[in-house]
Write a new protein. Structure first.
Length: 226
């Protein structure tokens, strides 16, 4: 199921990549992760966020100094890309779901799930700070488990100047054990942000995020102070 690939000699570190057989088990792996996060690490409640001192939060913070997995995602325009941009700092923000008016609507009960609100605000705030991030030497990319066509509709609606990436097959979610929740039969990301350096190493994380707009300014400060 897993193939071990070295990515650092000093200290010795390895990345564990899913094989073809392993990728076939992704739906089961993600379902087990969601069940464990809810019923082993939590109280079983459906939520798109987490407590600051939870085991899930500690697991996310342990991603610092971890190398990004070698996966390819589909951009909102259908172009295959790696999650982080090559040779530059990348801000990867993960969000539960954002939908353009007139397209497929939000899942039933969406607004009642803690942590789901704020995706549009977060996206627009990143768009308004895009020039500041570029001046600081970083590029922005949003990631969700939505289909590329859904992301394309939202990019057009919100007039975003940066790409949104689809992890609809959960390859990145499984590769980093990112926190997810399941609703209406779809696995979705809990809101979090990664700062990835030009060598594809994660240098900072934001999770949980209680203030989607405020987290953008916090990330900009991290980029400027790196």
């Amino acid at each position: 199921m897993l193939e071990r690939r070295p990515y650092s000699d000093r200290p010795p570190r390895y990345d564990y990549v899913l094989t073809t057989k392993g990728e076939g088990l992704l739906p089961a792996l993600i379902a087990l992760q969601d069940w464990g996060a809810r019923h082993v690490m939590g109280d079983g409640a459906l939520t798109a966020t987490s407590e600051g001192g939870s085991a899930e939060s500690r697991r996310v913070r342990e991603l610092v100094n971890r190398k990004m997995p070698d996966v390819v995602l589909e951009r909102h325009d259908g172009e295959p890309v790696t999650p982080n941009a090559a040779g530059v700092w990348t801000v990867l923000y993960f969000f539960p779901g954002a939908f353009a008016p007139g397209t497929q609507g939000y899942p039933p009960g969406w607004a009642d799930i803690p942590g789901t609100k704020g995706c549009t605000l977060e996206a627009l705030t990143y768009a308004s700070r895009c020039a500041d991030f570029e001046a600081a030497g970083a590029t922005i990319r949003g990631v969700s488990t939505q289909r590329p066509d859904q992301l394309a509709a939202f990019v057009t609606h919100a007039r975003l100047s940066y790409p949104l990436l689809s992890d609809q097959d959960s390859k990145l979610a499984a590769g980093l054990l990112l926190p997810t929740f399941r609703t209406a039969g779809v696995d979705r990301f809990k809101r979090l942000t990664l700062l990835v350096d030009p060598d594809a190493i994660i240098r900072a994380v934001q999770f949980p995020i209680s203030d989607p707009a405020g987290s953008v300014d916090e990330m900009l400060a991290l980029v400027r102070g790196r």
